[in-house]
Write a protein that binds this ligand. Structure first.
Ligand code: NOJ
Length: 726
């Protein structure tokens, strides 16, 4: 845990205060603290009586289970303050409500979707974006966000791949820390202050492994893969001090994720040391019935509360049944006491007892502040990944006639991303406007509706920017696709534009990696932008014009076709490896190349980088010692640029199979043309070890290979022997 994280454990004086409140509570009041219900505007009056009775612990500011980009009809701040006044002044013990809402990649100012933020590999900026999101959200009465989403995803058909950090546990862990720090702050004082909100690591755990990429579907994950792949980002969030965790909708290895004592108590609390409270996902307590592990809602409530779900999001099963369950002895009251204590502690830590209300005038000064937009633009530009460039980018100042065409050339909604319920649609800068602002000297021919006009414009322009991709409604919750291809007609359009013979720059905007081999064939340059948010058009224009030299790297493998899924860089070594691996035999498929279209970690720059001089200092390395890796990176191009220097390892021989490569460290390096610098990585037990047979973390002595380079295909390697130097 970083020294500046709020302690994982609450401070004793806070726990003491919580205990005192708990001691005065009736059973009904305890149950109330564990009940979260939606703040539908037309329900607020009737909710007043429940709040007064102490029967509500939290309001969720959402109007449906999967809000995403939908219009949200929820109570306004005045109404929320009024509800809070009832809780504080009229309920017997005056325990404040905690208001939760999804603040996933920004509030009014929208940042790139989390997958895009991960593509920036710039965790200082990711933290800053989360801080801004918290600041804006807090100004509108939100105390708690249901983020970060930490589901490792290896199947881009799954629409929720957009909400997470991609396929790699190490990168996702860094994003987890950055977002938790950004939302909650790094000190208890910040967490209690008016500018931060409580974070929630979700969807615990393994939700991203839904079979077939179908949201809510079954997951089956071995303990080994759970610990080494799916749990690490949650561990990182806990270590960073995350105060809440959301249990998932899914079933994992035959248990409900919202009803598994093994996952929620034995692993989350006993192993990971989580001390905050667990909230279920929307009605996931009641869904134990749908899963047929509970006969009715009462049994569903018993399963979840005994497993370790402290707060019931919206199903009402706790409110309706916990009383009887305690009275009949099915659920010991001590279980409720623990749950209530955890909820009270977080409310105290968040400063709700001291500052229960939100200043009505504050949001006007905070929302969409110019500084917020600047960060949104920087982060969006940094998350753009340059996939191909045959010398057309950046567009030279000498080029004076630019066609900006394609279905998304003037799109605003398509830029916002899958969680943009509070985003200001009208403020989004589309790509054509961004390019117009970046190149006021150039003549722009803009068309996004009529294909024949697009072709006509392409014919008369010097260079053609074609903006294609998918709308955010095709990703996010319950929005999966069976084929990860461009929406109908877009490839055809690109074929027609390419026929003009003009240099084509394809800008692909999407919520997932799409299989775009044909786009690569047709375009001279390809930029990939995961839904980039409010400043998306400006950020893309920054890259196209060369104001920003692209440095984004793929946080997820880009498959060549849907049939390759699942394809991810950190696959296990097998006894009969494919040609994909050195010394491999045979091909995985007869009909397509073995390799994906682009590997994890891939992304080009307008500069070029070379790697040399890989050195490993491994003298005196014991099983829990340190390995020092260094390499020289040179900018061999003509422009200043930034490279994400990545370090991968392979444990050559291990008791259990381990991935062919694992990302263990990276650093962003800024280099002037001709400049070279050394990077150094220090690898210790956390980086070299893994969770072994008994679930314990081990570093096995023996040979390791280390690679340093610009993607997971890095070629520069050296080896060392842990537990003795080679
Ligand atoms: C359901 C989603 O799975 C979850 O991510 C979200 O936080 C809740 N709905 C609340 O909106």
């Amino acid at each position: 845990m970083s020294e500046t994280s709020p302690d994982r454990k609450p401070r004793p004086e806070i726990v003491q205060r919580a205990r005192e409140i708990l001691a005065r509570m009736t059973l009904d009041e305890k149950i109330g603290q564990l009940h979260q219900t939606p703040a539908y505007p037309d329900r607020m009056e009737s909710l007043g009586a429940l709040i007064k009775a102490g029967s509500v612990g939290s309001l969720i500011l959402a109007s449906s289970a999967f809000a995403g980009t939908e219009e949200q009809n929820v109570a306004e701040l005045e109404t929320l303050n009024a509800a809070q006044r009832i809780a504080v002044n009229e309920s017997r013990l005056g325990v404040p409500l905690i208001f939760g809402r999804d603040v996933i990649h920004g509030h009014r100012t929208l940042f790139p979707i989390p997958l895009g933020q991960a593509a920036s590999w710039d965790m200082a900026l990711v933290e800053e974006a989360a801080r801004i999101a918290a600041r804006e959200a807090a100004s509108r009465g939100i105390h708690w966000t249901f983020a970060p989403m930490l589901d490792i995803a290896r199947d881009p058909r799954w629409g929720r791949v957009s909400e997470g950090a991609g396929e790699d546990p190490y990168l996702a862990s860094r994003l987890a820390e950055a977002m938790v720090h950004g939302f909650q702050g790094r000190t208890p004082e910040e967490l209690a202050g008016p500018e931060r909100i409580v974070a929630c690591a979700k969807h615990y755990v393994g939700y991203g492994a839904a079979i077939g990429g179908r949201d809510y579907d079954t997951t089956e994950i071995t303990d080994n893969t759970l610990r080494n792949t799916y749990l690490p980002p949650f561990r990182a969030a806990v270590d960073a001090g995350v105060r809440t965790v959301m249990s998932g909708f899914h079933d994992l290895n035959g248990e409900s994720a919202s009803g598994s004592r093994y996952l929620l108590t034995e692993i989350l609390r006993d192993e990971l040391g989580f001390a905050g409270f667990v909230v279920s996902d929307w009605e996931s307590v009641a869904q134990n019935v749908g899963m047929r592990i509970a006969a009715d809602r009462e049994e569903a409530a018993a399963i979840s509360v005994l497993a370790g779900v402290d707060m019931d999001m919206t199903s009402g099963c706790y409110l309706d049944h916990l009383y009887d369950l305690v009275e009949t002895g099915t659920v010991p009251e001590s279980v409720l006491d623990e749950a209530v204590l955890r909820v009270l502690v977080v409310k105290l830590e968040a400063g709700l007892f001291e500052n229960p209300y939100t200043d009505i005038d504050r949001s006007a000064k905070v929302l969409m502040h110019a500084d917020h937009r600047k960060v949104a633009r920087d982060l969006a530009a940094r998350s753009v990944v340059l996939l191909k460039n045959t010398d057309v980018l950046p567009i030279s100042d000498a080029v004076k006639k630019i066609a900006v065409i394609g279905p998304l050339a003037e799109a605003k909604a398509a830029l916002r991303g899958s969680w943009s319920i509070d985003g200001d649609l009208s403020a989004i800068v589309d790509v054509a406007s961004g390019i117009k602002a970046a190149r006021p000297d150039a003549e722009l021919l803009v068309e996004s509706a009529q294909a024949d006009l697009m072709v006509h414009y392409a014919t008369s322009a010097d260079v053609v920017v074609v903006v294609v991709g998918e709308n955010p409604i095709r990703s996010g919750e319950a929005n999966d696709v069976a084929e990860i291809v461009l929406p109908p007609g877009q490839e055809q359009l690109l074929e027609a534009i390419a026929m003009t013979g003009k240099p084509v720059i394809a800008v692909v905007i999407a919520g997932r990696p799409l299989a775009i081999p044909r786009v690569l064939d047709l375009a001279a340059a390809v930029l990939y932008a995961f839904h980039p948010g409010t400043e998306g058009g400006n950020a893309i224009a920054d890259v196209i014009s060369g104001r920003v030299n692209p440095s984004g790297k793929l946080p997820i493998t880009m498959p060549r076709s849907t049939g390759q899924i699942p394809v991810y860089y950190n696959r296990k070594s097998t006894g009969r490896p494919y040609m994909l691996a050195v010394g491999g035999v045979g091909f995985p498929y007869r009909d397509i190349d073995a390799a994906p279209l682009f590997p994890f970690g891939y992304g080009l720059s307008y500069a070029t980088f070379s790697y040399s001089g890989l050195r490993i200092a491994c003298s005196d390395v014991g099983a829990d010692g340190m390995v020092r890796v260094s390499a020289t990176v040179a900018n061999t191009g003509t422009r200043a640029g930034e490279e994400v220097v990545q370090c991968y390892i392979q444990d050559n021989v291990s008791a259990l199979t381990r991935p062919v490569r694992e990302l263990v460290a990276y650093e962003r390096l800024k280099l002037a043309p001709g400049e070279s610098r050394d990077v150094e990585f220090t690898l210790g037990a956390a980086e070299l070890g893994y969770f072994g047979r008994d679930g314990k973390h081990v570093v096995e002595s023996g040979a390791f290979t280390v690679w340093v380079g610009g993607s997971s295909d890095a070629e520069l390697s050296a080896s060392c022997v842990v537990g003795g130097c080679s």
